[in-house]
Design a protein around this ligand. Structure first.
Ligand SMILES: *Cc1c(COP(=O)(O)O)cnc(C)c1O
Length: 370
């Protein structure tokens, strides 16, 4: 049996006519840039998520950069973020001229450890960027509380966590502003690059919109220099269709994760993911910790099971951050986990049969009789 890591074609087949119609409409209306499909998606996403304002942008990396620029963060400033995340979260901080300040992760939930944030705050600190990694909500109430006490912005990186909840509230609605990626493989994915930013702050929204539109809110009236970062009409139309299904797809991922957890629970070489109390984890990634991880990974690949690692090397130890002179022992949990973590196949259309096959092969590897 073949088990892909994700299967975007399976999802397309379930909604093919709606997607095909959406694409045809964009072409018929030649609404390629801006226009009604982008406006509809921005409105629908804002309403469904509970944001007053939502701005479509070109991708999830731009989203973070645009937020930081709009908040006036730059040279001489520091922004606190987490050591285990996709590089977008940190490189955009550097790109503004500011310095990323990395914090280790929590042992149970793989997100920024709030207990280690305050010791990293200096008079240069301007913001904290928690990431809701793997679709698991970070300890966001505590992070916001710390930020409020120190007068810092909270930018929630929700690229992996669309519609995940903590205490019955969507992640992204706790801080000042939230960024999203609609990269095809994300839980809510376009058919190309796409991203967005949600906030309730009108001034910030207008500042972001201006920066993302060449510094102009009115055509040919450039108040500042900006960038060109647009969500295009085709992606918006596709996302409008998929937005109707995202919550049911998240539920399916959650069910799949619970089945994995149940079937893997007696394998002592594997640590299955825990869900934070009062959280709805949307399992963008189903991450386990495994003994003999690299050998297990090879064995699964030989058996047609696609796996991945998120992420093989924590950011502070990547060559890109050599200038910050971090030592491995500065991030003991992130460091220990980077050689243990393994992402198993996870997507809504994954079947019970496929999950059982993955688990059977894991048992086989460790010499369990199944
Ligand atoms: C995917 C991702 C991004 C960047 O999104 P793109 O759309 O690929 O630019 C940012 N942060 C995290 C945590 C991500 O997973």
């Amino acid at each position: 049996m073949k088990v892909p890591f994700v299967d975007l074609y399976a999802q397309y087949q379930n909604i093919k006519s709606e997607i095909d119609n959406a694409i045809a409409s964009v072409i018929r209306d030649t609404a390629f840039i801006g226009g009604k499909y982008v406006e509809q998606f921005e409105k629908n996403y804002a309403e469904k998520y509970g944001f007053k304002y939502f701005l479509g942008v070109a991708n999830g990396t731009d989203a973070i950069f645009i937020v930081l620029k709009a908040l006036g963060i730059g040279q001489g400033d520091e922004v606190i973020t987490v050591c285990n995340t996709w590089i977008s979260t940190a490189e955009t901080i550097s790109l503004t001229g500011a310095t990323p300040v990395f914090v280790d992760i929590e042992p149970d939930y793989y997100n920024i450890n709030p207990d280690l944030i305050e010791e990293k705050i200096t008079e240069r600190t301007k913001a904290i960027i928690p990431v809701h990694l793997y679709g698991q909500p970070a300890n966001i109430e505590k992070i916001v509380e710390i930020a409020r006490r120190h007068n810092l912005y909270v930018i929630e990186d929700c690229a992996q966590a669309h519609f995940a909840t903590f205490n019955d509230k969507f992640v992204g609605t706790f801080g000042d502003v939230a960024t999203f990626s609609f990269y095809p493989g994300k839980n809510l994915g376009a058919y190309g690059d796409a991203g967005g930013i949600g906030t309730n702050d009108e001034d910030l929204y207008l500042q972001m919109k201006m920066f993302a539109r060449h510094g102009a809110l009115k055509k040919h009236h450039h108040l500042i220099e900006g960038v060109n970062s647009r969500l295009d009409g085709m992606q918006a139309a596709i996302l409008n269709v998929k937005l109707k299904y995202i919550q049911q797809w998240n539920e399916k991922r959650y069910k799949n994760a619970m089945l994995y957890n149940e079937l893997l629970k007696d394998i002592r070489e594997i640590t299955t993911p825990k869900v934070r109390p009062n959280a709805f984890h949307i399992f963008h990634v189903y991450e386990v910790r495994a003994q003999q991880r690299d050998e297990l990974m090879d064995f699964l690949k030989q058996n047609d099971i696609a796996v991945a690692i998120h992420y093989p090397k924590i950011l502070p130890l990547q060559p890109a951050y050599a200038r910050l002179n971090h030592k491995p022992e500065d991030f003991p949990v992130g460091l220990a986990y980077q050689s243990q973590i393994l992402s198993l196949p996870m997507y809504p259309e994954l079947t019970e049969e496929q999950i059982r096959y993955v688990v059977q092969k894991i048992k086989e590897f460790y010499g369990y009789n199944s």
